[in-house]
Design a protein around this ligand. Structure first.
Ligand code: ADP
Ligand code: MG
Length: 408
């Protein structure tokens, strides 16, 4: 059996016309000899009647802390609704389809309601249905704990469902269909001449996804990478080949993640972060003070990023929505943190950055010429990050895209 996983995002299933485009992608797969497993997201985006955010808004304000378990039950409905509608569409076109919830599809997760991790997939029921020629539709973004509680997988969770199924079913490929032509050199919503990337390695795309390119969830890339299952990101609404994500880049041979003729692959951005500067002073056991700060953040379940530990100071960022909680914790510890709210992290990513002199210099020069202040920077062998004020984010992304000539 040649299995193909096809995942369709919220905008792809939003209208009857769009669902016909989805059906034609499924039909093409069937006619090419594949047994397709379809993963769907909830219909539409915030504001649409059955979108996940709409469900959340229904209970918001009634009870300040509705248990996460119940929230997950609510949120899991969106994919079940879109899955049922898609099955109806497929059946009406003569493609016999069956719908499974995440749990029925054998997706077993841990108990972290709202952001559960898939621990295992038991794809027996899917295989049975494929064997009798059915198209299997799976509600994305959800699973079930060992004891049968419904969980959801966090933002972008349907991508993760698709990858986990691809690996469990040893699929030939995992196709992620969305509303753009593929993975682009920057978010096309802010960079007009962003170009679709033809081929890219798992590592590069993982970096881009972690740094905010929300076209694919990083966990989904990591899962596909474990088994080397090719990921393809394509548009539901065109026949363009999209982006192929593998370990290989044809121009570069196998596994040549490290060297590349392309220095920069793309630019990503994450808005809405707050920078905290904690002056720790000239204490004797600096490392103990630093440790205390990060332990306190971890205990409060606040994730920290962009950490810079200096002799008498610690700098780091947190998401805007948890900033006041983080500040309160620091005040309680006797610190008086400097707070820079509403920042954005802008990252340039490329396997070729390592060892190429001058990339940082070019970046600093371009940003300063555009009047963008760099609040903090860091680099690794594949990524350079800068923190800027949020109002400079779009300029920063556009400037760097131009500077590194990434456009069409
Ligand atoms: P879906 O509902 O199909 O999962 P998402 O909204 O999660 O779609 O992801 C698609 C969106 O990701 C695009 O509409 C685009 O604005 C955004 N995006 C951000 N960065 C990139 C990038 N580098 N390449 C392509 N799209 C990007
Ligand atoms: Mg998505």
């Amino acid at each position: 059996m040649r299995i193909l996983v096809q995942k369709f995002g919220g905008t792809s299933v939003a209208t009857a016309e769009r669902r016909e485009s989805v059906a034609s992608k499924v039909s093409e797969a069937v006619h090419s000899g594949y047994s397709p497993v379809i993963v769907v997201s909830a219909i539409g985006r915030s504001g649409d009647p059955y979108a996940t955010d709409t469900f959340l808004s229904m209970v918001k304000g009634i009870c300040p802390d509705l248990p996460k378990r119940e929230l997950d039950l609510l949120m899991s409905c969106g994919e079940v609704i879109s899955g049922t509608i898609l099955v109806s569409t497929l059946n009406s076109l003569g493609l016999e389809a069956v719908l499974f919830t995440g749990g029925q599809a054998g997706i077993i997760t841990d108990k972290d309601f709202g952001d559960a991790r898939i621990v295992r997939v038991e794809p027996g029921m899917i295989l049975e249905q494929l064997a009798i020629g059915k198209v299997v539709v799976v509600a994305g973004f959800q699973g079930t704990t060992e004891d049968g509680q419904i969980t959801t997988l966090g933002r972008g969770g349907s991508d993760t469902t698709a990858s986990a199924l691809g690996v469990a079913l040893n699929a030939e490929a995992i196709d992620i269909y969305t509303d753009v032509e593929g993975i682009m050199t920057a978010d096309p919503r802010i960079v007009e001449d962003a170009r679709t990337i033809d081929t890219v390695t798992y590592n590069e795309i993982c970096q881009m996804a972690y740094q905010g390119a929300k076209v694919i969830h990083p966990r989904a890339v990591e899962i596909a990478m474990q088994r080397n299952i090719p990921l393809r990101i394509k548009s539901t609404f065109s026949d363009a080949p999209g982006t192929l994500v593998t370990n290989m880049c044809p121009a570069r041979g196998v596994g040549t993640d490290i060297t590349s003729d392309r220095i920069i692959t793309g630019i990503a951005h994450t808005p809405n972060v707050t920078q905290l500067r904690v002056l720790t002073g000239d204490v004797q056991d600096q490392h103990l003070t630093d440790k205390r700060i990060f332990k306190a953040m971890a205990l409060a379940d606040i994730s920290v990023d962009f950490i810079s530990v200096q002799p008498e100071a610690v700098l780091y960022t947190v998401r805007d929505e948890v900033a006041s909680k983080a500040v309160q914790i620091l005040l309680n510890m006797g610190f008086e943190p400097g707070v820079v709210p509403s920042c954005a992290k802008v990252s340039i990513i490329g396997a070729g950055i390592a060892g190429v002199p001058g990339v940082m210099a070019d970046m600093v020069e371009a940003l300063s010429d555009s009047g963008v202040t760099i609040l903090q920077s860091a680099d690794s062998h594949t990524t350079i990050w800068v923190l800027v004020h949020k109002e400079n984010m779009v300029t920063a992304v556009q400037t760097l895209h131009k500077k590194f000539r990434l456009g069409v």
